[in-house]
Design a protein around this ligand. Sequence first.
Ligand code: COI
Length: 359
Amino acid sequence: MEFNIKITKAQNSRLGEVDFENIPFGKVFSDHMFVADYKEGEWQDARIVPFGRFEMHPAAMVLHYGQAIFEGMKASKSVEGKPFFLRPEMHAKRLNNSARRMCMPEVPEALFLEGLHKLIDLDQGWIPPQKGSALYIRPYMFSMDEFIGVKPSETYRFIIFTGPVGPYYPKPVSLIADTEYVRAAVHGGTGEAKVAGNYAASLLPARLANQKGYDQVMWLDSKEFKYIQEVGTMNIFFVIDGKVATPALNGGILPGITRDTILKLLPEMGIEVEERAISIDEVVEAHAAGKLQEVFGSGTAAVIAHVSKIAYKGKDMELPPVAERKVGPAIKEHIDALRAGTIDDKHGWIVPVGEPVNA
Ligand code: COI
């Protein structure tokens, strides 16, 4: 399906002002954004306009009750300079899973993908060519009704904007297992949706972790504070005694697309991986026995972030140096090679910019 996306180009590109060798994460924005509005039960006025501010009514419901969801994805360039996405349709689907949980309208996948392709096609000069850098893409939706009562809004705005980014974590991260706060309830909460509120709720525990000298929180389950869920803004993988495992999805964990990519790629690389419940006690015991070999986080922004140490109940568990690790560096190299187009894309995950595959 073709949508009538009206394009208004920026009069002056800001591209020349960008130092691609030094890009702070999340502070540089490309020239254009895609916008569509939901009114009277349908998505209307799909458009690409110069990136810029817009007005909000003080009573806009999102500002009070938080109907806000988002995605994080990336566009990169192959070694031949061809721009592409990795598994873009997965992000369209996950956005709609989040929309259902938050009582928001779904964005037709075809509209999401067409807006995405047209926007990135127009701003493809913003995709940084440097290894480890990419064009970060932020699709998001929020409620717009100007009303004070608590109910689902009837109007929404969907936006995609982008910005070039370097690595999210330039060095290995230290974690503290939180025994006071949770990221989300294991059953019945919003943990498996990518909703703004989950991130708001994580800020205080993250600040407390930082004050104690750790980079990120490692979240335990909301019932027993026993099972590991995820870390900061990433899913988590452990290598214990040569075996790779990640917490099984349980309704409280975000179903990461990088997580899913890793679960599919590792067996193809000859590395077995399990999805299962992983308790903090198992990790403590493995560390004490010298069997905790690697821990790494995965996410769109972070890709693979090696973990340097984990604190639990006042004790630090130091992990082996990255140079001695096998799985984390190997999977990172594999994903980088897929993005660079230097290895075969067996799964058809690479989608060239400008060629939307309609859902
Ligand atoms: C991502 O990994 O893309 C995220 O959404 C995490 C974050 C930067 C909030």
